[in-house]
Design a protein around this ligand. Sequence first.
Ligand SMILES: *Cc1c(COP(=O)(O)O)cnc(C)c1O
Length: 471
Amino acid sequence: MKYLSTRGAPERKRFCEILLEGLAPDGGLYLPESYPKVDDATLTRWRRLSYADLAFEILSLYIDDIPADDLRAICRKTYTEDVFGTQAIVPLKKLEEGFYLEALSNGPTLAFKDMAMQLLGNLFEYELGRRGEELNILGATSGDTGSAAEYAMRGKRGVRVFMTSPHGRMSPFQQAQMFSLQDTNIHNLAVKGVFDDCQDIVKAVSNDLEFKRKYKIGTVNSINWARLVAQVVYYFAGYFQATKSNAERVSFTVPSGNFGNVCAGHVARMMGLPVERLVVATNENDVLDEFFRTGVYRVRGSADTHETSSPSMDISKASNFERFVFDLLGRDGARVLALFGEQLGKNGQFDLSRDPAFAQARATYGFASGKSVHADRLATIRDTFQRFGVMIDTHTADGVKVAREQRQPGVPMIVLETALPIKFAATIVEALGREPERPAKFVGIENLPKRVAVVEADVQAVKDYIAAHCR
Ligand SMILES: *Cc1c(COP(=O)(O)O)cnc(C)c1O
């Protein structure tokens, strides 16, 4: 399997070459040259597999530069009951006939990003060990992504994490989750500033190519193909739990921000998983819902990006969306370059409404969309708790709200549960008048000793810290 860029550059790469990279050199995103097709007999055989072995089967269709025994061992080490809480790893919860939640948030940081990040940690350690190299991951976080990366990389040989976050601005629970890690390869840098300052610093450090090379700086952002392909697995696992035969079709609703999660659903569907609809649920930041309704993709400025009670979906542009548009436009790299590399920069938007391809988003690729706002979240959290006794988080609530609007008779609907309520306790209290349950392993974490360095919002201060801790 070879990988190409969505912007048409002629180079082809193998999996382990793109594993540690971000964007392709032409600014595009990596995708496989083609999607392997899975036939009926294979689906039947996969139904009986454990999650780890299913992951191995799917990943081995995309990875041919890691020996099979090693890849299987990596999958078995990653997807364990010990790390994800159940043997099923992603158990399906039935709310009512034909309406399910797929639990993706029982990993170490209680959000679905663990599903991919835990695998990435093991893949990084393996590949860096094989090359005899080191990597220093530099990132900026306002909560979720940073903690998932730290929990994935803790104790891994050859990897250090330098994670900047805005000093005093994360919730006490999020701070406790990150800062209580005592692993010496994990570095928390609380920057005296806001999230944008953290992001600017990370950008400035990464743009200093000499520093970047000298200190082997890398990232783990959501455009990484390995993260995306890891997420393909739970679409298959959800399908197998909701159906008895491969003749049945199901739909998925996906609380979406950067389009990484639902893009994995698109890949699963392209492989032949019998998926009827892929429903994109957004919050007030409705860039994606607007596109699927109108054909206009219009990125937002920071003044137009709302801070909501489902904050992990607060995006101004959807960084993985380019992958889907590449497929939608018949894999025309020159057009993708014109749209994302030129028009978007110039006009802040592009319009496919009159392009025949746009109709295919629905008809051929099964996409539908909807939007949910704060009042919807509160009502949905309340309704789901009152009728089913199930407490859901704010992001999952956006999914449930939109899924109800998009359900079709006779087609089971699976809503992806992307986080646990404890992470967003304030809104749960607003909706239900009570605190969410806290999993036993998180009781009292606010009282654990914290390991964090407070630094000025200054590029040089962060560079100095990295230089001093890279030995
Ligand atoms: C990251 C995240 C999302 C959005 O996922 P994308 O892959 O960016 O679309 C939704 N919910 C939660 C809880 C998240 O952490």
